[in-house]
Design a binder for this molecule. Structure first.
Ligand SMILES: [Zn+2]
Length: 268
């Protein structure tokens, strides 16, 4: 279900790339196919679905096989780090070779929830950075309250590029990420009242390193924050950032789409 009838957005020529949406999540079980099929008609022309574990990675590949405008990433989320066994790495590498898999992710560190011990999270991230390096794929990085350790690990793999998703770090870290060749991605959080820090970075960031994402079903932009998120709400994040940067929403949509195609090596 997108916006309720009557609230449906006008169809424009906007072509957004939602670079991070979890359409394998059970919150989409009752309407997944219908919703995804409706996206191109609602201004969303590309979607990348990251995997959050072995099962989730298989599920997003299956979605990418069914919808031509959906791409996948495979990886083990830091929340799931203690489920990773050494035996799974070859299977993950196998999946990474699928033609519609465009990145390794969602990988990273989460010191806010600490669902897995930190040394396990670090081990899991390092192993998957190695995997990205050997597969020649970019990474999709989750960094929550772990900025220092995340940067240290990314620095250790200078040939790997990627995106830090749902950016919450400082301007200083953003500068270092850019120097490492990384992109920075923003979610609906930029529409929230407490988004000052993210907005500071988003206003300053060079346009060619900016990506847009929903992180659906989470982080729905205002004024729909109480609803389940989906890619049709990405327009609100795009409009907020476009106003902040003094460009049109159409121009920002086009630029961030180009950036996504470049980073994930997607040829249309
Ligand atoms: Zn995510």
């Amino acid at each position: 279900m997108a916006a309720p009838a009557g609230e449906q957005y006008e169809v424009t020529n906007m072509k957004l790339f939602d670079t991070h949406a979890h359409y394998d999540d059970s919150q989409f079980d009752h309407d997944r196919d219908e919703l995804i099929a409706s996206l191109p008609g609602q201004g969303v022309s590309l979607v990348l679905c990251p995997g959050c574990g072995m099962r989730s990675s298989r599920a997003v590949i299956a979605l990418a096989e069914r919808f031509p405008f959906v791409y996948a990433a495979v990886g083990i989320h830091p929340h799931e780090a203690d489920t990773m066994t050494a035996a799974e790495l070859p299977a993950l590498l196998d999946m990474a070779e699928h033609p519609k898999v465009k990145a390794v992710g969602e990988i990273g560190l989460d010191y806010h929830y600490d669902f897995a011990p930190r040394d396990t999270q670090l081990f899991c991230l390092r192993a998957q950075m190695e995997l990205a390096k050997s597969a020649g794929l970019p990474v999709i990085v989750h960094d929550r309250e772990a900025h220092e350790d995340t940067l240290r690990l990314l620095r250790a793999f200078p040939t790997v590029r990627g995106v830090v998703h749902c950016y919450s770090g400082s301007m200083e870290s953003a500068k270092e990420l850019l120097a490492l060749g990384y992109y920075i991605s923003f979610t609906g959080v930029v529409t929230y009242k407490n988004a000052r820090k993210a907005l500071e970075t988003a206003a300053w960031l060079p346009g060619e390193r900016l990506l847009l994402e929903t992180d659906a079903p989470y982080l729905t932009p205002e004024p729909h924050r109480s609803h389940r998120n989906d890619s049709t709400y990405l327009r609100l994040t795009c409009e907020t950032l476009a106003a902040l940067r003094g460009v049109s929403a159409e121009a920002l949509a086009a630029q961030t789409r180009e950036n996504g195609l470049a980073l994930f090596n997607i040829k249309e």
